[in-house]
Design a binder for this molecule. Sequence first.
Ligand code: FA5
Length: 340
Amino acid sequence: MESANTLTSTVKARIEAAGSDTELRAIEREYLEKGGVVAGLLAAVPSLPGPERPAAGRAANQLKLEIAAALGAARERLASADLDQERSSAGFDASLPAQHSPRGSLHPIVQLTRELSDLFHSMGFLVLDGPEVETDEHNFEALNIPRDHPARDMQDTFRCDPEGKLVLRTHTSAVQVRAMRQLKPPMRAIVPGKVFRQETTDASHEHTFHQMEGIVIDKDITVAHLISTMKVLLRGVFGREIEVRLRPGYFPFVEPGFELDARCPFCKSGCSVCKQSTWIELLPCGMIHPNVLRSSGIDPETWGGFAFGLGLSRLVMLRFQIDDVRHLLGGDLRFLEQFS
Ligand code: FA5
């Protein structure tokens, strides 16, 4: 106890006299760390006569606490002295504006994906994900597009292996198959995601772009359900009712298949966005083909449904009035900073 008491005053005096953090660190190491003075005192306690041990243990622990507190106070004292010195030295101007750290922002594709996910979630849709490297089976075969089917030419494919069993998915429709195999009908889901096609790029075509698949499977589903869901989608994106029309479209995994056009939200009598036609070709869709349901173990006699494949990148372009799809994934900060 005696040595603990003497030590307390010696070490406190040393701490108070210390003029730098390096000196404080040295004291800390000497007294508090493994093999230090306090550890030595504690190790000596068991060798004392029994009745003296509790008080000696307490004194050693008290010493430890007091040294730690004195070190903390000394560090604060040094920090505030540094600040005072900085303030009083020439060149410090408290009236200068503060430096702001640069702020990031959400990519427009992420912004729209989140909005649409919230919208569809509110209608009971799951938001699903799937792999970007896909099997040929999920991307084509199970979607009623067998090998050598001419429809494969509609989507130039990046192949990942010489046998062609793995591909970079050419559309989010591949996840339709995964959803149908893993979930039981009735089901509703959307799948936003990146897709890849080996094609020459221009202002409206990228080799890597985003789509959002939608799939609904239930009893007694009709084209009317499809149209009304698409109208809700467009109202969500453009903030008002948008007129739509269906034209026949061919996709092997839907029957009948459609191309849904939306009345141009930017003009009344024609503009560059709608190529003077007042209609914008927006999303392919259709009623899920019975073969596709069957290939995923769903009985087409009982269940039916619709699917759509929204060109998310193109919708982002329309929504934010972006004139070239290649800006989206170009990584140019001057472009991205406009969406903060
Ligand atoms: C498909 O990918 C079908 N899977 C869509 C589908 C789903 C139909 C469900 C029926 C039922 P398509 O190849 O047309 O279809 O592509 C869909 C959309 O992706 C197009 O309307 C277009 O908006 C967009 N798109 C296609 N190619 C590109 C590209 N190179 N760059 C940017 N967007 C593209």
